[in-house]
Design a protein around this ligand. Structure first.
Ligand SMILES: [Zn+2]
Length: 102
């Protein structure tokens, strides 16, 4: 989860329309996929079933990418670019610009 992104988006109400450079659909969010391990607290409930409560996420830094919510294309591998893109700025990636559409 990216707290910086959600804070910035809420204070910037007049958002630009951005399109996924892969599928061209209008998107207003990105999906942050981060690898690591989740730790759960396992208990037994009243019906004697296992019950799990998420306790902690421990990122391992091998995958941390921002994907299109529509087509799942991997668009960015750093939060700075993902944030700029959602805010409508030009973001250079792989030699060309991802650009928001006004
Ligand atoms: Zn897409």
């Amino acid at each position: 989860m990216c707290k910086i992104v959600s804070d910035k988006m809420s204070e910037n109400k007049k958002e630009k329309i951005v399109r996924c450079p892969e599928c061209k659909k209008v998107i207003d969010n990105l999906v942050n996929v981060e690898s690591g391990s989740n730790s759960y607290i396992m208990t037994v409930d009243l019906n004697k079933y296992a019950s799990y409560k998420e306790e902690e996420f421990d990122p391992d830094s091998s995958v941390n990418v921002w994907d299109c919510p529509e087509c799942s294309a991997e668009l960015f591998n750093n939060e700075e670019d993902a944030l700029k893109f959602l805010l409508g700025a030009k973001v250079k990636k792989d030699g060309y610009f991802y650009k928001a559409i006004e």
